[in-house]
Design a protein around this ligand. Sequence first.
Ligand SMILES: NC(=O)c1ccc[n+]([C@@H]2O[C@H](COP(=O)([O-])OP(=O)(O)OC[C@H]3O[C@@H](n4cnc5c(N)ncnc54)[C@H](OP(=O)(O)O)[C@@H]3O)[C@@H](O)[C@H]2O)c1
Length: 307
Amino acid sequence: MITMKAVRIHDFGGPEVLSLDAVPLPQPHDDEVTLKVYAASVNPVDYKVREGSSGADLPVTLGRDVSGVVELCGTRAHTLKGDPLYAMLGNDRGGNAEYVVVKATEAAAKPQRLSHAEAAAVPLAGLTAWQGLFDHGGLKSGQRVLIHGGAGGVGHLAVQFAKAAGAFVATTVSAQDFDFVRGLGADQAIDYKNQRFEEVVEDVDLVFDLVAGETQDRSWDVLKPGGTLVSTLSEPSAEKARLRRARGVSYLTTPNAAQLAEISRLIDAGKVRPFVQAVYPLEEVARAEEQLEKQHTRGKIVLQVAA
Ligand SMILES: NC(=O)c1ccc[n+]([C@@H]2O[C@H](COP(=O)([O-])OP(=O)(O)OC[C@H]3O[C@@H](n4cnc5c(N)ncnc54)[C@H](OP(=O)(O)O)[C@@H]3O)[C@@H](O)[C@H]2O)c1
């Protein structure tokens, strides 16, 4: 049996439960391919699954983002052999591995301008930003959006997508990230630790909430009547939405090959670029997850799987 290395957990817990295991090389069916993974990225969902929030069946391989090259093809995908692809995986597989099966509905051509490490930073965070802003938030050119957490993995791509779509972008960040988000195109940066955003922002069409809690509660005050509050974390209060004559939505991001292809076009047109704060080898996945969970991160943290 041919085996490969994969990062799995056999118990829920801290970074110490991460285990680099030898597992069988996965085989593709029909329109699936097996990707040789060059890079993967870490997302909050990885440490949340590891800590047991999803109650996943164990053992489980972590990681939802990959960039790599097609190595094996299913019977209906033979034309893809050797293609560089990037993908957000469904939660039935993990990308913190040397190889992974990817479905046609999950992958798009890797942006040509990006290295595999940069490309792996994009799928889950990019699709979360895209679906939150446009599918659920209905953001249009000329509208005003407030993005909470604009310097993080999702936020730094959301700022750029919203600008590329012609919106006015305000965003809450730590003071040390002011120059970073202004460089991404944000029109207004607000230091969330020292300033109440509702005192300096008003009349927004959309609040994109990547923080939840009291940040979400205070956000109703800045919405226009008829505006929308979209959260990646918690269901907005129906009562507060009604009082404000607004709409509240929460959602789970889903893989989407067509949206990923659209994101590739924006990247290759030079309108959007992911920021990678740190790259660790696959073996140091525990350090990568700890940094994301416990320390201030800007943009994304990536795992280099192959050179
Ligand atoms: N529903 C879904 O399907 C879905 C998909 C993707 C992500 N998510 C969730 O969305 C959240 C964001 O994801 P991410 O990948 O962007 O995480 P991340 O990379 O860890 O970024 C989080 C950002 O939030 C900032 N932040 C923390 N407290 C804040 C506050 N009170 N006001 C403004 N900013 C604040 C942090 O800045 P500092 O470091 O300066 O504090 C950091 O830049 C996570 O909780 C994640 O689990 C959900």
